[in-house]
Write a protein that binds this ligand. Structure first.
Ligand code: 0O2
Length: 210
């Protein structure tokens, strides 16, 4: 067995991830108490495996070092917030932006600007300031985390598409890509309809009270 690419920083990585998870869960609990509904359906998180990180270093032409894994590559820590409605994605993002010790260093809005294959998701790269040393030897340190935010529909599509990408014996890849894109667009249309329905219900409820 080789050495762990994260070396002595693995425990710190885990602590940073656990802190983010705790903050996001606490926010969801507060929102539930305030509004009666949760702000996301699932919260998933992982440290990228040693072999997957080594593979990513190779693909990017980087040496398999701690510095590549923790400084040049930004998704050693990955969280996925799966929401029921599109608006909830942006509500969660606004919350993440105002967290102390957190800076958004990169973002990609594949929700409003889907990838050509139909992939939809909002990606944020956060730099988290920590009371412990980072791979550059700085203290306070900076650790990166990638947060992916998507709806349940976008998430189910991405899981299936990801699985199919690894099936090497697809007979008609052009047709499959076209069909996957069509499904992604149909699901996006459903997401918009569900959002509209929720807005209508909320407007009715507000109207009833005034
Ligand atoms: P894994 O194993 O899921 O972590 P970079 O992250 O810098 O290498 P890129 O492409 O600029 O590359 O980043 P981007 O677009 O933000 O995508 C990062 C992650 O989003 C990917 O991580 C996937 O998890 C997911 N993703 C992006 N595009 C697609 C897509 O078309 N289909 C699916 N199913 N997922 C996608 P990794 O590192 O590739 O893999």
């Amino acid at each position: 067995m080789g050495t762990d690419i994260y070396g002595i920083y693995r425990t710190s990585l885990e602590q940073v991830m656990e802190t983010l998870v705790r903050e996001i869960r606490a926010y969801s609990e507060r929102e539930k108490a305030r509004t009666g509904s949760t702000i996301y359906e699932h919260l998933l998180y992982r440290i990228k495996t040693d072999s997957s990180m080594r593979g990513k270093c190779d693909r990017k032409g980087l040496p398999q070092t701690e510095r590549s894994a923790l400084y040049d590559i930004h998704d050693a820590i990955g969280l996925r917030i799966v929401c029921r409605f599109i608006d909830d994605i942006y509500t969660n993002i606004n919350y993440l932006r105002q967290l102390p010790q957190v800076e958004v260093v990169e973002e990609k809005d594949y929700v409003r600007h889907a990838k050509p294959n139909g992939y939809r998701s909002y990606h944020l790269i956060l730099a988290v300031t920590t009371p412990f040393t980072d791979v550059l030897g700085h203290n306070p340190g900076r650790y990166f985390a990638e947060i992916q935010l998507r709806t349940l529909a976008m998430d189910s599509w991405a899981s299936l598409e990801h699985e199919m990408k690894y099936k090497k014996h697809i007979q008609n890849p052009e047709m499959i890509s076209r069909e996957l894109k069509r499904c992604a667009d149909e699901l996006a249309s459903c997401d918009l309809s569900m959002q509209t329905i929720r807005n209508l219900i909320r407007a009715d409820n507000t109207g009833g009270k005034s």
